[in-house]
Design a protein around this ligand. Structure first.
Ligand SMILES: [Zn+2]
Ligand SMILES: [Zn+2]
Length: 353
């Protein structure tokens, strides 16, 4: 508790902007990494306080969520402390041997404070069944096992990501669960597979955290042979490269950073939402009052000046004063174009992660 109070005082004295500047100027090499684990934490607030005290000694920054069902963390660790940090994590019951996903092509300056929050869930699932918990999960498969299992025609492969992620890249034979929210997808997946309770079901997502929960949900719903891809597409891609395996993923892996996607194969499997020609570059509409996430080819980008619609193109050419007035009071929330709901990228999407 004392540590909590002193950091709060620190935050009051030093603004976040100053903290950020300090990190940027600090020459200490840092590594960005992420990890998650589902395990029972009976007292999340107490766990959080202890974790905060312990982690402070490693000079780490990051954003960590703690819930009764487990922990989800994204962190920046001084590279010289990486091994001692790892040993510390492994000393915690439930985190022994936890996979640390190390970010590549990263300067490590991803965070500049340590923020640990208690949440109801580490992944919002909308499940209100009190009998559901994460004690029983599907079996992990690595890249090699994934390839073997999916070669069997009787195996069903389920993509547990959102529509716009599936659209630009996915595994061979993968079934899309057509919703933009994970909480909607869970019952939908179980419903769609109702007749296949004895088949092998493999679920996957970007980094593993969503499909691990989905695998537990499917078992809870009476499915028997449920697997999930360990470490998700990110780890699969690394494994395929390092072990020289066949790559069953086509297209781009959508990621939530400035790149909005990591190319895995040269195939372009999606189309421009404006002209329909092959394209798989996600952009946000340049009109700040819109910011719609959609796929736009280079030609349309030039012609439409980065806008999603004529309406937005007209808007950005209004005098700045007028734009500001019109923007006030617009709550755009999270604006995502969903092809399965609308044919043209206008302001129709309302998805959320
Ligand atoms: Zn186009
Ligand atoms: Zn727009």
């Amino acid at each position: 508790m004392t540590v909590q109070i002193s950091t709060m005082a620190l935050h009051n004295r030093v603004s976040r902007r100053e903290l950020k500047e300090r990190v940027l100027l600090d020459p200490t090499p840092r590594t960005t990494l992420s990890f998650y684990s589902y395990f029972r934490i009976s007292d999340p607030a107490g766990f959080r306080d202890q974790l905060f005290r312990d982690l402070s000694q490693f000079g780490v920054f990051g954003r960590i969520y703690v819930a009764e069902e487990g922990i989800n963390a994204q962190m920046s660790v001084p590279t010289e402390n990486l091994e001692s940090f790892r040993s510390y994590l492994y000393s915690i019951e439930g985190l022994d041997g936890v996979r640390l996903n190390i970010a590549v092509n990263d300067d490590g300056k991803s965070f500049y404070v340590l923020d640990i929050k208690v949440r109801n869930k580490i992944v919002a699932d909308g499940i209100d069944d009190p009998d559901f918990n994460m004690d029983r999960k599907g079996q992990y498969v690595n890249a090699e096992q994934f390839n073997q299992l999916t070669a069997d025609p009787d195996t069903v492969v389920i993509d547990m990501r959102n529509h716009y992620e599936f659209e630009v890249g996915h595994f061979e034979k993968a079934i899309e669960i057509p919703s933009d929210t994970f909480r909607e997808q869970l019952p939908m997946a179980a419903g769609m597979m109702e007749a296949d309770k004895d088949r092998n079901i493999i679920m996957y997502c970007t980094g593993g955290i969503r499909c691990e929960k989905a695998s537990a949900y499917m078992l809870h719903k009476g499915f028997r042979n449920v697997f999930h891809l360990e470490g998700g597409i990110i780890n699969y891609t690394n494994e395929v490269k390092s072990k020289g395996l066949d790559n069953k993923f086509h297209g781009k892996n959508f990621v939530f950073d400035q790149r909005l996607g990591e190319r895995i194969t040269d195939e372009v499997i999606a189309c421009c939402h404006q002209c329909g020609q092959p394209a798989d570059t996600h952009v946000n509409c340049v009109n700040d009052a819109c910011h719609l996430l959609f796929i736009q080819c280079d030609e349309c980008k030039e012609k439409m000046e980065g806008c999603c619609s004529q309406e937005c193109l007209d808007f950005i050419h209004l005098p700045e004063e007028e734009q500001r007035e019109k923007r006030a009071g617009i709550d755009k929330g999270r604006n995502v174009f969903n092809k399965s709901r609308s044919r043209s990228p206008r302001h129709s999407g309302d998805g959320s992660a």
